[in-house]
Design a protein around this ligand. Structure first.
Ligand code: ZN
Length: 74
């Protein structure tokens, strides 16, 4: 009994077979498509590593602002 996995590229449900050279993709075509997408994404990320907004932690935004206000007083 083979486990069923979803192809990461086209989401098609396929049996995870060791005889499939493109696993976990359904076909070599989907595998090459996904690798191409990852390559282009990697280019974007490496091109601008410092442009990621810190919106994941909105609470931390108050600390640097508070510190910036106090520094000129001293
Ligand atoms: Zn596929």
């Amino acid at each position: 009994m083979q486990p069923i996995v979803a192809c990461p590229a086209c989401k098609r449900k396929i049996p995870y077979s060791t005889s499939n050279p493109a696993r976990p993709f359904c076909s070599m075509r989907c595998k090459s498509l996904d690798l191409g997408a990852w390559a282009s994404e990697a280019y974007k990320i490496s091109g601008s590593p410092l442009e990621a907004p810190g919106s994941d932690h909105p609470g931390e935004d108050t600390r640097p602002t508070d510190r910036a206000i106090r520094v000129p007083r001293d």
